[in-house]
Design a protein around this ligand. Structure first.
Ligand SMILES: NC(=O)c1ccc[n+]([C@@H]2O[C@H](COP(=O)([O-])OP(=O)(O)OC[C@H]3O[C@@H](n4cnc5c(N)ncnc54)[C@H](OP(=O)(O)O)[C@@H]3O)[C@@H](O)[C@H]2O)c1
Length: 328
């Protein structure tokens, strides 16, 4: 591969635009091509982001010679199919969250990437935020004592339009897969493997979850308390607590630009942490670094991490009675 990392964007919706914007601030990244279900949309996107090649199908993008890695920004239900097509075209893949609709689909994608020795990563951008690295550093330093708990939530008031992908079961709608993956993923990144999970949910008229809460007991003997909602503009913070105090990533925790430490003695300090571009830049830099180093997974977001998160989502879905056509 060349010195530059040549990106292809698959899909031209909201997150595809945000990621393309983030690539503008990513050193060494070149936006080489875009693929859409329609030629018109691909062309309009290419014009807006100054992309030399545009394709009116995802399969053409998967085969494009000028692309090293494909970023997938389609609805959840398409992720596995799109990733498999890109990998079969010999491309590395960065795939939006949730990585797939269930553990079975995720396993098929991971197996293909491993068999073809191609880089593959879930686009869980929070894992690469400097704010999270600072939280980990503070935990490891012992400043907040022995860590015992994580509280994490993510909620906002989403559209109630039943056709919108967030409410539509045919497109993998619901709070858990769209938002709950953030507290789930960050709790696991901080406290490690999960022993047991218990969930409850409020279901909506379209059959997807509006709000879901779950607690997890981690293998190391710690606890996380997580929630998500598309009907509550919640504080959306992350708090890690220990025997001597706590460290907090402020609202919205996945966009954090500072962390605050509060200690037993009443003292408090806030540390500013870097935030490049629109935030997506950090994961793009890390994916590019893995490509240049010939890695097929990132140590901070491994294939096994993704498979385990998908397994936990499956378990939570069973407990709250959330089924999708793709489960059949
Ligand atoms: N990381 C983050 O911060 C973040 C934020 C928002 C969303 N996401 C994730 O990104 C994914 C897309 O979300 P979004 O909000 O960008 O969605 P969106 O605005 O609806 O865009 C999705 C795009 O996917 C393509 N697509 C393919 N099949 C489709 C179908 N059956 N219906 C609609 N669109 C289809 C379309 O592009 P073409 O017409 O060009 O093919 C469409 O523009 C979701 O999985 C979501 O979880 C991540």
């Amino acid at each position: 591969m060349t010195e530059k990392v040549r990106w292809g964007i698959l899909g031209t919706g909201g997150i595809a635009r945000a990621f393309a914007t983030g690539l503008r601030d990513t050193p060494g990244a070149v936006l080489a091509a875009v693929g859409s279900r329609t030629k018109e949309s691909a062309l309009a996107f290419a014009r807006e982001f100054d992309i030399p090649a545009s394709y009116g199908s995802y399969s053409e993008l998967a085969q494009a010679q000028e692309v090293d890695i494909i970023y997938i920004g389609t609805p959840h239900t398409m992720h596995a199919e799109n990733a498999i097509q890109a990998l079969r075209g010999g491309k590395a893949v960065l795939c939006e969250k949730p990585f797939a609709m269930n553990r079975r689909e995720a396993g098929e994608v991971v197996a293909l990437a491993r068999a073809r020795n191609l880089f593959l990563m879930e686009a869980m951008w929070t894992r690469f935020m400097p704010a999270l690295a600072e939280v980990k550093r503070i935990m490891a330093s012992g400043e907040i004592g022995a860590v015992t708990q994580v509280h994490a939530d993510f909620g906002f008031s989403a559209t109630t339009d039943p056709a919108h992908r967030i409410n539509n079961p045919e497109l993998g709608g619901g709070a858990l897969l769209d938002l709950g993956i953030y507290p789930l993923s960050i709790a696991c990144a901080l406290l490690g493997k999960v022993d047991t999970v218990q969930a409850q949910a409020i279901m909506g008229e379209t059959g997807v979850d509006l709000s879901t809460a779950f607690t997890m007991k981690h293998v190391g003997g710690t606890l996380s308390v997580c929630s998500c909602s598309m009907r509550a503009r919640s504080s959306s913070e992350l708090v890690v607590s220990g025997t001597k105090g706590s460290v907090r990533m402020h609202r919205m925790f996945h966009l954090a630009t500072e962390v605050t430490v509060d200690l037993l003695d009443g003292s408090s300090r806030t540390v500013a942490t870097p935030y490049l571009g629109n935030g997506y830049t950090h994961e793009a830099i890390e994916a590019g670094r893995c490509l240049k180093e010939g890695l097929i997974e990132h140590p901070l977001m491994t294939h096994d991490d993704t498979l385990s998160l998908m397994g936990l989502l499956d378990t939570i879905r069973r407990q709250i009675g959330l089924r999708y056509p793709s489960d059949a």
